[in-house]
Write a protein that binds this ligand. Structure first.
Ligand code: SF4
Length: 325
């Protein structure tokens, strides 16, 4: 069992399978000059599976595939098939553009929860935020997920002055659709780009939503949820606000992260991790690996604020695309 020194059990792996993406969201990646990891620097599928088997033995029961854009990783369905034999619960965070041709196959392997990243419902604004003209691609994935009755959440990174006038439009989607909308506080990744002014707090978001839906009410959160749940009475779907920057939900955090290059991280704000790639390539055995990970998780800091203070030097964070959001 993976227990940290603050009494939390880690049961959930966020597995970033690639740092590449087919979009260039302004808050996440620069337009040019990105040095993506070379193939030999990435964990292979065999290495990921070995590691996941060890984590499963240690009580991890859920994996979420992230990136970058996870579907940018070649032959991803093969990996999903193997992971489906290890973890009872699988989910993916994706922009959806590459999803429709492989959706049925992935669902067949047990990957049946999707978080679709979609920051706007307006085509022109999609281009402004992502620097790519593929609103139709993400919309196609959303329509297909909903038509097939697959559990779907829409992740909206709320950017002050860019899409914060659409919160009500997103909430309106929950009236007739069984979809959860999750509004995410923008984080100052790449804050040398001046992203701090984009931050809108949980309470400010709630205020904006209440202007259009004054009867929105607090709803019970799922266990270990990273979001605070709300719903409009009578609507089919729910709304959640993820306090990614204010970090008010760390007390129930059950998450562990793995980067595409094999660095294990205890927190979204971690910069110091356990470098697993050289250990895996030098043939470490299951028991030794389990012991190392168990010790590493014990050292998880109590909150994301502590992690930031104790691990980070200065205020320039890693890019979201290299640690899986
Ligand atoms: S900030 Fe870190 S400790 Fe807090 S919920 Fe997020 S990942 Fe967990």
């Amino acid at each position: 069992m993976l227990l940290d020194n603050h009494g939390r059990q880690t049961t959930y792996l966020r597995l970033a399978v690639t740092d590449r993406c087919n979009l260039r969201c302004r808050y996440c990646m620069p337009e040019e000059g990105i040095e993506f990891a070379k193939r030999q620097e990435l964990l292979t599928f065999e290495e990921i599976i070995f590691l996941c088997e060890v984590l499963s033995d240690l009580g991890v029961n859920k994996v979420r595939l992230t990136g970058g854009e996870p579907l940018s990783r070649k032959s991803l369905p093969q990996l999903v098939k193997s992971l489906g034999n290890i973890f009872p619960k699988m989910a993916m965070t994706t922009n959806g553009i590459l999803l429709p041709p492989v959706l049925d196959e992935l669902v067949g392997y047990g990957l049946n929860h999707y978080n679709l990243s979609l920051d706007t419902l307006r085509e022109d604004r999609f281009f402004e935020i992502t620097r790519r003209d593929d609103f139709a691609g993400t919309k196609r994935a959303l329509d297909e997920l909903l038509a097939k009755g697959i559990k779907t959440k829409i992740n909206v990174v709320v950017l002050k002055g860019t899409n914060d006038d659409e919160l009500g439009d997103f909430v309106a989607l929950t009236q007739e659709n069984k979809v959860d909308i999750r509004f995410i506080e923008a984080m100052p990744f790449n804050d040398d780009d001046g992203n701090h002014h984009l931050y809108l707090s949980h309470q400010e978001m709630l205020g904006r939503i209440q202007e259009r839906f004054p009867n929105i009410e607090r709803f019970s959160d799922e266990a270990n949820s990273s979001s605070v749940a709300y719903r409009v009475p009578g609507f089919k779907g729910q709304v959640g606000i993820i306090p990614a920057f204010s970090r008010s939900l760390c007390g129930s955090c059950n998450r562990l992260r793995l980067t595409p290059k094999g660095t294990m991280l205890n927190c979204l704000y971690s910069t110091k991790g356990l470098e697993l790639l050289p250990l895996l390539r030098s043939g470490i055995g299951r028991e030794d690996l389990a012991d190392l990970i168990t010790e590493f998780v014990k050292g998880k800091h109590k909150t994301g604020h502590d992690t930031q203070r104790l691990e980070q030097q200065g205020s320039v964070f890693a890019s979201m695309t290299s640690i899986g959001g």
